[in-house]
Design a protein around this ligand. Structure first.
Ligand code: SAH
Length: 341
């Protein structure tokens, strides 16, 4: 196979030139993809076995001050019925997660600085009720003092995707006033505060080029995040990007594999967005080198309203466990912290 030497080089040096990366990302050959996934899987299996970490996800509020052009819960989408779970409701979701045996609770929401600050009390209550759980947050860009409060109240990890490493592409995806530069400052601050930090991008977002994806890989290689969140762009009809095509699942899977080889210990979820655009996407992601899945524990009444994009995959715990079993993998319910090499 023509690409054999490129894959050998990737595995041996855990790196590739820009040109080789662009060629690998653009090539359209099922055999190459299979071989790439199989090499990545070896890296994952040698570290994690045939096991996948589960994280219990609670989308605790869809109130958002921000206006990202791709996102269904953006401020200027009037069709969203807005909710914020009470402290008691969040704690009861946390309890359900704990009772399933899952030891990471992920609290995600729109960007809302005042309720994010009040979430600190919920985080400390979760940590005192269940000292053996890890709390991961995904709350967007917040004042650094709020990040510090959340950290000192016990939050362990923070996910903040950079979305694209090209500043001018970033500007086309976000409203005026937001910048890649500030997003990266947030990521550095989160790391400085001692959070295990997650970054990542959408694949196939409007105006994205293969060059942009190479830049994403370079940024991830230099920041070396503990977690890498990557999913295909999925259009949401009430947003300015509602009529753009979805991102490619094949390209998403290739990126899982390349990044698994480059950063073998990273926590890489097989994302809901991937499962939304690809039948069996959850297991396909795992077979490409991902090692995390995030089933939903958002109450059914609110799930529909947390509508980042259309036709969102169901993400149910039982279905995920079944899908993992069908490919010979098991759920690992432990905290699953990042382990340095
Ligand atoms: N407000 C928080 C968390 C919610 S958005 C934050 O900004 O981090 C979480 C992620 O969902 C975003 O980082 C983005 O990459 C992804 N997302 C949003 N809209 C999407 C869409 N239309 N298609 C695919 N992914 C999307």
């Amino acid at each position: 196979m023509l690409y054999e030497s490129v894959l050998d080089e990737l595995v041996e040096h855990r790196d590739l030139s820009d040109e080789a990366l662009a060629t690998l990302l653009s090539c359209n050959d099922g055999e190459v993809e299979e071989e790439l996934h199989s090499r990545a899987r070896e890296f994952a299996v040698s570290r994690f076995g045939h096991e996948v970490y589960l994280r219990g996800l609670v989308e605790w509020s869809n109130v958002c001050r921000n206006d990202c052009l791709y996102c269904g819960i953006r401020r200027s989408n009037p069709g969203v019925s807005r909710y914020t779970l009470t402290k008691e409701e969040i704690l009861s979701c946390a309890e359900r997660i704990y009772d399933e045996g899952i030891r990471t609770i992920v609290l995600q929401s729109g960007e809302n600085p005042s309720s994010a600050l009040s979430l600190a009390g919920v985080v400390s209550e979760i940590k005192s009720s269940w000292p053996d759980v890890a709390v991961t947050l995904g709350l967007g860009e917040l004042p650094f003092s709020t990040y510090a409060t959340l950290r000192s109240d016990g939050a362990d990890r923070f996910l903040l995707r950079h979305e694209t490493a090209n500043p001018s592409h970033y500007a086309r995806l976000h409203p005026a006033g937001m910048s890649l530069e500030h997003r990266l400052e947030c990521l550095s601050e989160l790391r400085r505060l001692g959070f295990q930090t997650g970054m990542g991008m959408m694949v196939g977002s409007p105006y994205q080029s293969v060059c942009d994806l190479v830049a994403d890989i370079r940024l991830i290689q230099s920041f070396r995040p503990e977690m890498i969140g990557i999913g295909p762009f999925v259009p949401q009809k009430d947003t300015p990007f509602g009529s753009f095509p979805p991102g490619s699942p094949v390209l998403t899977l290739k990126l899982y594999s390349i990044l698994r080889i480059m950063l073998p210990n990273a926590l890489i979820p097989s994302t809901t967005a991937l499962a939304t655009v690809l039948q069996g996407g959850c297991s396909r992601g795992i077979l490409a080198g991902a090692n995390v899945v995030m089933p939903y524990f958002t109450p059914a009444a609110q799930r529909e309203a947390y509508h980042l994009y259309d036709n969102k995959s169901s993400g149910q715990l039982s279905a995920i466990k079944q899908e993992l079993a069908s490919i010979g993998y098991r759920a690992n319910l432990s905290r699953g912290d990042y382990q340095a090499e």
